[in-house]
Design a binder for this molecule. Sequence first.
Ligand code: AP5
Length: 191
Amino acid sequence: MLNIVIFGAPGSGKGTQSAKLVEKYGLKHLSTGEILRDEIKAGTELGRLADTYMSRGELVPDELVIDILEGLIGKNGHIKGFVFDGFPRTLAQGEALGKMLQKHGEDVHAVVNLEVDEKELIDRLLKRGEISGRKDDNRETIESRLKVYHTQTAPLKEFYRARGILKKIEGVGSVDEIFRSIEKEIDTLVK
Ligand code: AP5
């Protein structure tokens, strides 16, 4: 299997580049943000709970997201691999992902780290907020999401750098240009 974590701040292009990874390498996309938004739409108990955190730009508790991922990894036995988008987001989630994959004799093979400057991130998210009306794309919540990213999520870069699998990608430019840089890294793993 080929298991890729797509990593970066809110608005760095994780969802956009995940779609291209899925298309080229035939992987299964697992976005915890999308899964949680679906739960909110469906009005489930998990959705209602998640909404209280997401609308403030805070992280949903580790146990909840780890549980969701554990179920999904177990269910998708015969696939080429996963693109994990928006997971892991804390060191505890990083440790948990490693353990979940090891249970199936698997591992994370690459962590694609999309680097985008803060001004560009805010511009992209505000723009999307105007168009799609995603509830957390407003200035106050964006600021909180970015703060949470720096304090709770960014430490994972060192976690994966120490394992030799962190691939730094310049995340500004056209979507195709950025994907070409990602492909270069992933193709060396596939060969
Ligand atoms: P999540 O859904 O993961 O959101 P996010 O990390 O804030 O990321 P975004 O979806 O906003 O951005 P992205 O990096 O995917 O970029 P995208 O491609 O969309 O999480 C939402 C919330 O759920 C969290 O705040 C948290 O509360 C909760 N949650 C999720 N996972 C969790 C976890 N594991 N643990 C705990 N809580 C969790 O692009 C953004 C915009 O930019 C788009 O409009 C796009 O068209 C545009 N764009 C993309 N690429 C480019 C480019 N190259 N140039 C110009 N514009 C571009």
